[in-house]
Design a protein. Structure first.
Length: 768
């Protein structure tokens, strides 16, 4: 079965049904006697709710009910839990306003749900929602990091988050870092902003909730990445019932990117309404809903200084990180700013000492949460921009400065100033490979060809790593059935990343069986408990669980086969679905053996633990062309060499890298979520105002993998890959753009580097 096994570029088996329209997404579902829900959303960034008049809406055709936050609170419905373990600016536990599914007393961002209207059809619900009259008393609001930290700024939660700082952390050794800077021969300083982004999945969010009166159980059908996690939040925090009174089921998911990892207010209202009305309640987000109330990403400022000695060796790094987490603290936004991003702040470089301060700031904006990379793109953008700027200031080649500072392979396992341990990686080897694959030495000729066509060409290289594998264990069950199937149940969740195919390859390779015999069951909190799919953990931890469970099935099968064949255990061999007695022709098939067991199966339960996070790493080289007359920037050449450990499916790895880079190009050149600072309105509220990357914005990528440094702390040897392209893409594109403009005197440019912004930078540099 090697042609179906690990290392083969198999076409994803999910694709046949998805591209032929036979997949089933949440809005393809329809339950008997269901009603539909629409939401009334706040038009104000900050206001007190004076009154809600639902009478006109209740009188509208088809309306079944109108729900408010006060009604939900009266029925004992809870608020979303705050992120645990964080500390505020005053040393007390982190503070943020309570976040209810429907606003109770105040609204704190434009688009926050205030009331829910339920009707026989979706159109009736949407029409009636327009008739709900809400009287507001407007209050002062603040939308940006700078304004939130300013003296006298409106306070989002004054008693528990003074100065709008919800939480903060300090890392490193400030005194040692100050001493290192005192010895420096050169210091590079940068202030950077990672603009706010709006995650866009092909499938918007949606939920259908139903209630079984006999059992008192709520079932939530929803589009998410984490069924068991949603089950726990909905049961324990929102409905305040035991977990077994809630079931979460997930059909096909049309993309997640981190923004579908958590329970949303709309999901909770669906569940509450289904229980209250005794009927299934169906909701699906419009694109406007997604822009306004689906969580956002990034929105972070970084101020940093990097100190070098006379030979270009790094001596120390000082960083001040401030992240806008929105109006509430229920998302992982704060922990992303305070801890997850800082994990990779020193990149692949030996940084002897670090002084890092991180603050999570509240504003009257939508929540900022996980979005592909979740803190690591911001951190790598900072260190790679610093390295390129330092190379330019010291007159060194970008690749040479990086080479001098790379952590050597001989230092593995290596502990960073953040206390993180890299188990494996040969960064110098990956750097050398990229210089060859990207034709580094041929660049001058390509630059001259661009010049002859009136274009300014720039080039950049990024060498970086990323942290993957949040929560270092996962449980699965694997049953070898008498009917010839291997059935695996997992809490990991497919969302377009091809994980089902990868799991099948691992099991088919290990057991030596036809992949068509393997069934992967997921998307149901009743069949498996675990964290789900986020932080690039699906293959690193989930795939390792598949590998371990398959080997456990073989070992258990050997014991059972020894009994059936009346042979000693050590004499039993296994290959390609059959157990045999060494030196004889006696044997029994895997599925025949399963059929002889009392339960007609060989049942395996595996709790897979790994030794910590994995550290995939990569080198990217990007070349861009700039039209000086229009400011248009074209990415014309992009090459990567990626160390993701053992590669299960090269085609899927390439697809993940391609997609990640494309999202990075979107941030670098196109995307920018903006709130009006005066009104707090989201002025980029649709695709008319928010520009997404298209196929013609990216070149044909040249991607290569390197398996010479497999992961040493999981049995599969694989590292995560899902976010790698996004983590390294933004600095590579922006550094290449600055390299093109540097001869004019341009040293920095803000993202997104739109044609207008580039054109203005060129004109300013020329004194025009």
């Amino acid at each position: 079965m090697t042609k179906f096994g690990i290392g083969q570029a198999l076409t994803r088996r999910e694709d046949q049904r998805l591209i032929t329209g036979t997949g089933q997404y949440i809005d393809d579902l329809s339950l008997p006697n269901e009603v539909h829900m629409a939401f009334v959303r706040s038009p104000h960034a900050h206001a007190r709710i004076v009154s809600i008049d639902a009478a006109p809406a209740k009188a509208a055709p088809g309306v079944t009910a109108v729900l408010t936050g006060a009604e939900m609170a009266k029925d004992g419905i809870g608020a979303f839990p705050l992120g645990p373990g964080l500390v505020g600016a005053d040393g007390k536990p982190a503070g943020a306003p309570p976040y209810y599914s429907l606003a109770v007393d105040e609204v704190r961002f434009v688009g926050q749900a205030v009331a829910a209207v339920i009707a026989q059809t979706r159109l009736q619900a949407e029409d009636a929602a327009e008739r709900v009259a809400v009287e507001y008393q407007e209050l002062p609001a603040v939308t940006t990091i700078e304004d939130a930290l300013a003296k006298g700024a409106p306070q989002v939660w004054p008693e528990e988050a003074p100065g709008n700082v919800a939480a903060q952390m300090q890392w490193g050794k400030p005194d040692a870092c100050a001493a290192a800077f005192a010895k420096a021969k050169h210091v590079t300083k940068l202030s950077l902003y990672n603009q706010r982004l709006i995650p866009v999945t092909m499938e918007p969010r949606g939920s259908i909730a139903e209630f079984d009166k006999a059992s008192g159980r709520v079932t939530l059908h929803t589009s998410c990445q984490n069924p068991a996690g949603l089950q726990q939040t909905l049961a324990e925090a929102i409905l305040k019932v035991p977990m077994d009174r809630v079931r979460v089921r997930v059909p096909d998911v049309g993309g997640g990117f981190g923004m579908k990892t958590m329970l949303y207010p709309e999901d909770a209202v669906c569940a509450y309404a289904a229980r209250k009305l005794g009927r299934p309640v169906h909701w699906c987000a419009s694109r406007s809903d997604e822009f306004l109330a689906g969580t956002h990403g990034r929105d972070q400022t970084n101020h940093a200084e990097l100190a070098f000695d006379a030979d270009g060796k790094i001596l120390g790094l000082k960083v001040d990180i401030v992240g806008n987490v929105g109006a509430y603290g229920s998302s992982p936004g704060a922990i992303i700013v305070l801890a997850i991003g800082p994990k990779v702040i020193t990149g692949v470089y030996h940084v002897p000492t670090l002084d890092l301060r991180a603050r999570a700031v509240l504003t009257h904006t939508n929540l900022v949460s996980a979005y592909r990379g979740a803190g690591r793109p911001e951190a790598i953008f900072l260190i790679e921009r610093l390295m390129d700027q330092a190379a330019a200031e010291m007159g060194m080649d970008q690749a040479e400065l990086r080479r001098r500072n790379l952590i050597p392979a001989s230092a593995m396992p290596y502990t960073t100033p953040m206390g993180e341990t890299f188990d494996s990686g040969n960064f110098a080897h990956i750097l050398q490979r990229i210089l060859t694959q990207a034709d580094w030495n041929g660049y001058p000729q390509r630059r001259e060809e661009s010049r002859k066509r009136g274009r300014m060409r720039g080039r950049a290289l990024s060498s970086f790593l990323e942290w993957t594998g949040v929560v270092h264990e996962e449980s699965i069950t694997l049953d070898v059935e008498a009917d010839g199937r291997v059935v695996v149940r997992t809490a990991m969740q497919a969302m377009g990343q091809g994980i089902e195919t990868s799991y099948v390859q691992i099991i088919a390779d290990t057991l030596g069986i036809d992949p068509e015999r393997i069934v992967i069951m997921q998307g149901d909190s009743d069949i498996a408990q675990g964290l789900g799919s986020m932080g690039s953990r699906s293959l690193y931890i989930g795939g390792s669980a598949m590998f371990t469970a398959s080997n456990d099935a073989i070992e258990k099968g050997k014991q059972l086969a020894a009994e059936e064949l009346e042979a000693a255990g050590p004499d039993i061999a296994y290959r390609d679905g059959r157990f045999t007695v060494a030196g004889t022709d006696l044997g029994i098939g895997l599925f025949e053996l399963a059929g002889r067991q009392p339960q007609k199966r060989i049942a395996i339960s595996t709790l897979q633990k790994v030794g910590g996070p994995s550290w995939p790493n990569s080198c990217h080289v990007c070349e861009v062309e700039v039209d000086p007359e229009t400011g248009t920037t074209d990415v014309v050449r992009y090459t990567t060499v990626d160390d993701v450990g053992r590669v299960v499916n090269p085609m899927i790895v390439a697809g993940q890298v391609h997609g990640g880079i494309t999202q990075a190009v979107g941030q670098a050149l196109l995307e920018d979520a903006r709130y009006d600072p005066e009104s707090g309105q989201l002025v980029t509220g649709s695709f008319l105002d928010y520009c997404m990357p298209r196929a013609d914005n990216v070149p044909s990528f040249s991607t290569f993998t390197d398996e010479s440094s497999p992961c040493k702390i999981n049995p599969l040897g694989a590292k995560g890959v899902g976010e790698l392209g996004t983590v390294g893409g933004t600095p590579t594109v922006i550094n290449a753009l600055i390299d093109a403009l540097r001869p004019l005197g341009v040293k920095s440019i803000d993202m997104p580097a739109t044609p207008e912004r580039v054109w203005r930078a060129i004109r300013a540099a020329q004194g025009a």
